[in-house]
Structure formats: C-alpha cells, structure tokens
Design a protein around this ligand. Structure first.
Ligand SMILES: Nc1nc2c(c(=O)[nH]1)N[C@H]1C(S)=C(S)[C@@H](COP(=O)(O)O)O[C@H]1N2
Ligand SMILES: [Mo]
Length: 199
C-alpha cells in the first residue's frame, strides 16, 4: 500500500462503506453552531456531573486535566451532509466519568449542558457502548475555540450535533430532555446510518 502525502487520498472511492447515505466527504473541518463562540477562563472554568447519580462531582480546569485520557479514532458526520474521516480525539472516557459518579439504576439519559444554554441529550446506554469522550484534543492539537475549547462531548455514532461544544456539565436524568437542535426539528435518535436527520 502506498499513498502520496501531498495529494488527498480518495478514501471513500476506495471504501464507500465509510460514508453514510446522503453524506459527502470533506477534508477541511467546517465550523457549525448556533450563536457566538463563548469566551472562557481557565481560572474560573468548571465542569460538573450531577443529577441521578450517587456521587456528583465538580472539577476545575486543572483537576479535569489530571484525569486519565484515551484516544478515540473515528469519523464524524454532520447533518448538513459533510463527513470528515479518520479523526483522532483525545479526552476523558465517558465510562471513566460514569465510574466516578455512579449513576443511579434508574438514570437513562445524559443531558449535555453547554455555554449559552445549548443542550443535547443521548441515552446513557448508547454513550457507554459508543466510545463517548469528554474531548479536548483533536488530531493532536488542543480544540480550537470555534470547535469547542476547552471541552466538548464526542459521540462517534450519532450525527455530530449530539457532540456538544463548550460543555460545562453532564446531567444524568431519568427522563429525556429534548435539546436545542432537537426542539428545532432535528431527529432525537440522530443515527447517520439510518439518515435520522429530522422528524
Ligand atoms: N454548544 C454547541 N455545540 C454544538 C452546536 C451548537 O450550536 N452549540 N452545534 C452542533 C452541530 S449542528 C455540529 S454539526 C457540530 C459542529 O462541530 P464543529 O464546529 O466542531 O465542526 O457541533 C455541534 N455542537
Ligand atoms: Mo450539524
């Protein structure tokens, strides 16, 4: 196998199974969100996990950065039809967070709460099965401000709007809570392979 580094490799031509229906490949990383890019300050930033859990926790920036990390290699698929392949995301394993906070047996959803009131939710079981990360590096670099610095959610096998940028808290809940894009017409299940874009 050889490839020329100076030319983008047409990976999808080689393997169309990598691209969900209705998606097109992008080499660049588009920026997509509602509202502005929120400012943040490492001296005051906190992240908390709370709700239907035995041990709610809050970390400041320094503490959070001491948690063990892992790298997840994945493709991302945006509902606006671009897909970006082979990204390396680094952050704290969602499963590790779950070990620390110990969700109650009746907890079934994870509600992401971000800056500026943005929310989205994912079933807890799905997060545990899907290599979900609390990510702060992508492709070896700190997340850029517009991509969610200093922390974002990453759920590899949902449309990318479930990967909340500028994440400040995860709430474990018994009932689901429709998120921002979901209230605006996006499908709450968000499976790119089933093209669950809207509802
Ligand atoms: N806080 C926040 N996170 C968000 C959004 C948003 O509007 N606010 N938009 C989502 C959408 S629709 C997409 S496609 C991805 C885009 O991430 P990117 O800008 O890093 O490509 O962020 C998701 N996370
Ligand atoms: Mo999106």
């Amino acid at each position: 196998m050889t490839s020329c580094a100076s030319q983008p490799t047409p990976r999808v031509a080689a393997d169309p199974h990598r691209l969900p229906p209705g998606q097109a490949l992008t080499e660049k990383w588009p920026v997509l969100h509602y509202g502005g890019v929120p400012p943040w300050d490492p001296a005051t930033w906190t992240f908390k996990a709370y709700g239907a859990v035995a041990s709610p926790r809050e970390w400041n920036f320094e503490e959070f950065r001491k948690l063990p990390t892992r790298i997840v290699h994945t493709d991302v698929h945006c509902v606006t039809r671009w897909s970006k392949l082979d990204m390396d995301w680094e952050g704290v394993d969602f499963s590790h967070l779950v070990e620390l906070v110990k969700p109650d047996p009746e907890a079934r959803f994870v509600v992401c709460r971000s800056e500026q009131g943005f929310t989205t939710s994912v079933p807890l079981k799905f997060c545990l099965e899907d290599d979900t990360l609390l990510a702060y590096r992508a492709d070896g670099e700190e997340l850029a401000a517009e991509h969610g610095q200093p922390l974002r959610f990453l759920v590899p096998h949902k449309y990318f709007w479930k990967s909340a940028k500028w994440l400040r808290a995860l709430e474990f809940t018994v009932r689901d809570e429709l998120g921002f894009w979901e209230r605006n017409g996006y499908n709450n299940n968000a499976d790119p392979w089933k093209e669950e874009r809207t509802w």
